[in-house]
Every structure is written in C-alpha cells, then in structure tokens.
Design a protein around this ligand. Structure first.
Ligand code: NDP
Ligand code: 2IT
Length: 444
C-alpha cells in the first residue's frame, strides 16, 4: 500500500463517521503523491500525519433561552487546525447539519486556502448546529452571547480570528463581537466581517462573490473567453451567491437562476438582483417570493435541479456536495465552459471527474472562493494599524490576490504535468508553504 493510501486508511479509522472530512483529505492526499515522492523529508518529518490531525478541537455546550422562556441547548465547535503560517483563521457556520466532521472538513480546506492567499493566516473553522431560520433577533442575540461566553477564552486577534459562513453574517458577527469585548475588556480585531462602524473592512461583504468571479474570469481568459455575453447559473442566494451575481452582471453576463435550500428561480430575462437582495438580505424571506414580483419567472421546488438549466458558466455557491455526477453530465451536455466553486466542496468527486475528463475548466473552492478570507486578512491588517482603506483600495488588492492565486495554481499544475488541473495545482501550491513552515518550526 502506498504511503498516501496508508494515511487515508488511518484517517478514516481514527475519524469514524466523518465522511466529508474523509472526502476533503482524500482529494488533497491524491494531489500530493508526486510532491511526497519528490520530497522524502516530508515523510520523514511526519508532515502529513501532523497535517491531518487538528492542533486543537473544542466542543462546548451552548445553553440559551428562547422567546417562550424555554431552555435550548446547542453544541458549539471550534477546530484550530493548523497555525504553521499564522493565527487560526476561518468562519463560523450556524446550520442544523453542523457536526464535528463538517467543521473538520471545512477547517482542513481552510489550511490550504489561506496559504494560497499569500497572507499570514493559519486554518480553523467553527460553528454550531443552531438553526437561525425563523428565530427572532432576540433569540439570535441570546444564542450568540452564549456561544461567545465559551469561545472567548480560546480566541484572540493574534490567536484565532473567526468570521462568517453559512448562517453567520453581519448581524451575528456584531452580537459575537459585543460579547467578546464585554468579557475580555479588549477592543481588538478578534472577528472579521464586522460592521463598518466598529472596525469592519469595506468590500469584505462583497469579497467572496467578487473574488470568485475574478478567479473564474482568469480561467476563462486561458480560453480566450470572458463573462461578457455569457449565461450564468448561480446556486444559493446568500452572501457568496449575491455578490457573485453582482460582479457577473457587472462584467456583462446574464444570470438566469439562483436558489435557496427549498428551490430555485429561473428568470430568462435575467435575475433582478435588487429584488433578491431585498428578499434575502433585508426581509430574510424564501426565494420563491421572487415570482410574486416577476410573474414571468419560474419557481421550482428541488434546489439541486438548478443545474438542469442550460448555461455557459456554473457557480455553485450554496453548500457541500450540492452538484453531483448527474448534474455535471447535464451541464456538460448543455455546453458549460467553466464551473467555479463559490461554496466549499459543492461538487462531488464524481462531478469533478466529469469536468476534468471533458475539458471543462474547474476552479476548486479553496482557490476560487479564497477572496473572502483574503479580505478578512486585509481587515485584520487594517485593525492592527488602526486604519481603514477605501473600497477601491481593498477591491484592487482582492482582485490582484485572485489573479495571483489563479496564476500560482496554473503554474504549479503545469510544473507537475497536469496542465489546467486547478485542483492539483491549488492543493500542491497551498501545501508547500505550510509544509515548509512546519519543517522550519520543528516537531510541534
Ligand atoms: P449564507 O448563509 O449567506 O447563504 C447560504 C445559501 O446556501 C443560502 O441560499 C442557503 O439557503 C443555501 N444553503 C445552505 N445550506 C444548504 C443546503 N443544505 N442545501 C441547499 N442549500 C443550502 O452563506 P454563504 O453565502 O456565506 O456561504 C455559502 C457557501 O460559501 C458555503 O459553502 C460557505 O462555506 C462558502 N464560503 C463562504 C464564504 C464567506 O465569506 N461567507 C467564504 C468562502 C466560502 P437557505 O437560506 O434556504 O438555507
Ligand atoms: O470558507 C471561508 O473561507 C469563509 N467562510 C471565510 C472565512 C474568513 O475567515 O473570512
């Protein structure tokens, strides 16, 4: 059995019932076979064995009282995965599907993503099985305060800096920040994605979606193509999806469809983004309400059927494993040119195989959606300097970072004999910096 296979078996055995974590590790390990052959010292130093084991995993009780006076108990997580190149950095996810395996897959991906940004941030992730849907503001605040009442002792501006993810946006970050400040009596940039009145960065809200479109545009350029005049399908209608749609439209594309976990809307005249923002960012309603104002648009119940719509560019921006082999084959039959992952691991391994086998450009999440965390790192820099940069300044840095990540992944892929394979390119490029830092720091 090869070294990589042995590691994989060990990971599966030691981390039972964590299929998403196994999936994420398997993909990276398979990409690294050649690197490990070329660098036997990584094996001698146990770099891989250490990389797949989080430095610290925190699981805690989150008790809170709902509006009816009933005591509720959720489970909180923070996985501090790897701090070789900087303080742990990564979002918090509040969603009923959250468990340790989900947080570990996300934290593992974050190590390589953060490395790819070129900025000094390690990998971490956290969250809770709390479901924000249908909760009042007061319940959200109670939950966030209780969550932070345990988390605060494990984090800090130079230790671990959480941010948003599914179910955690500006409102939640505000409540979490307020409680941290109250408990620690320190005003510091311990969270990113903050509001603009208390240390947030301009363009952080837009960053993941904008960055995804910049990355996808770079992929398109390698085929002499661009967003202009293309038809785009975007899954999700949350933070990442909304700003991916905005930038795609700005670059001259037409967005035909978007979704939430209940279903998708198809508007052949092009999605009315102002309405989606109103429904989702302000009113927190379901996407099906869209057709009330646009009766010519269609609403369909199964969100994953969104991939049956013919498009040139597919941007999955909802959640893991939302785009499977069947959807990939439909996209192929419909002539898709490029798929860029705005979400983390939205395409199943079988779907990715379909893309690679058929010359469809494929941008893996850890490269394509790195603009969010990169801009979080820019927020950290601004906080440390007590400064705030203009929107244009932050956006131009974000754009350059995405161009650099694309170039880096493309160059490394070619170097390793797999031109156009951004999965292998991104995994190797992200890994090498972390491995070198671990090597330099000894067995820790
Ligand atoms: P939001 O909570 O703002 O939006 C999530 C969207 O995805 C909603 O439309 C939601 O629908 C949908 N969704 C969530 N879970 C499911 C599910 N199980 N099945 C179908 N649809 C689902 O989150 P974000 O936009 O921030 O995150 C989206 C993805 O992007 C995630 O994978 C996240 O990890 C990733 N990401 C986020 C970054 C960020 O900066 N926010 C950075 C990099 C990656 P509904 O409202 O019905 O739940
Ligand atoms: O998956 C991700 O990269 C995020 N949710 C953003 C993390 C961050 O720290 O900004």
């Amino acid at each position: 059995m090869s070294y990589v296979q042995e590691i994989l078996e060990q990971v599966i055995k030691r981390n039972a019932n964590e299929p998403e974590f196994h999936q994420a590790v398997k993909e990276v390990m398979e990409s690294l076979e050649l690197v490990l052959e070329r660098n036997p010292e990584y094996q001698e130093l146990g770099i891989i064995e250490r990389l797949v084991e989080p430095e610290r995993q925190i699981i805690f009780r989150v008790p809170w009282v709902d509006d009816n006076g009933k005591v509720q108990v959720n489970r909180g997580f923070r996985v501090q995965f790897n701090s070789a190149i900087g303080p742990y950095k990564g979002g918090l996810r509040f969603h009923p599907s959250v468990n340790l395996g989900i947080i570990k897959f996300l934290g593992f991906e974050q190590i390589f993503k953060n490395s790819l940004t070129g900025l000094p941030i390690g990998g971490g992730k956290g969250g809770s099985d709390f479901d924000p849907k249908g909760k009042s503001d007061n319940e959200i605040m109670s939950f966030c305060q209780s969550f932070m009442t345990e988390l605060y002792r494990h984090i800090g501006a130079s230790t671990d800096v959480p941010a948003g993810d599914i179910g955690v946006g500006g409102r939640e970050i505000g409540y979490l920040f307020g409680q941290y400040k109250r408990l620690r009596n320190i005003y510091e940039g311990v969270l990113t994605g903050k509001g603009l009145t208390y240390g947030g960065s301009l363009a952080r809200k837009e960053a993941t979606g904008f960055g995804l479109v910049y990355f996808t545009e770079e992929m398109l350029k390698t085929r002499g193509e661009s967003f202009a005049g293309k038809n785009v399908v975007v899954s999700g209608s949350g933070n990442v999806a909304i700003y991916a749609m905005q930038k795609a439209i700005e670059l001259g594309a037409k967005v035909l469809a978007c979704s939430d976990s209940n279903g998708y809307i198809y508007d052949k005249e092009g999605i009315d983004l102002d309405l989606v923002k109103k429904l989702k960012e302000i009113e927190r309603k379901r996407i099906k309400e869209y057709v009330n104002e646009h009766p010519n648009a269609e609403y369909h119940d199964n969100c994953n059927d969104i991939w049956s719509i013919k498009c040139d560019i597919g941007l999955p921006c909802a959640t893991q494993n939302e785009l499977d082999e069947k959807s990939a084959k439909t996209l192929l039959a419909n002539g898709v040119i490029v798929v860029g992952e705005g979400a983390n691991m939205p395409c199943t391994p079988e779907a990715v195989t379909v893309f690679h086998a058929n010359n469809i450009l494929f941008g893996p999440g850890k490269a394509a959606n790195a603009g969010g965390v990169a801009t979080s790192a820019l927020e950290m820099s601004q906080n440390k300097m007590n400064l705030s940069w203009s929107f244009e300044e932050v956006e131009s840095q974000l754009k350059q970072i995405m161009i650099d990540i694309h170039a880096n992944a493309a160059i490394v892929a070619e170097e390793y004999g797999v031109k156009d394979n951004y999965v292998i390119g991104a995994n190797i490029a992200g890994f090498l910096k972390v491995a070198e830092a671990m090597k330099a720091q000894g067995i820790v």
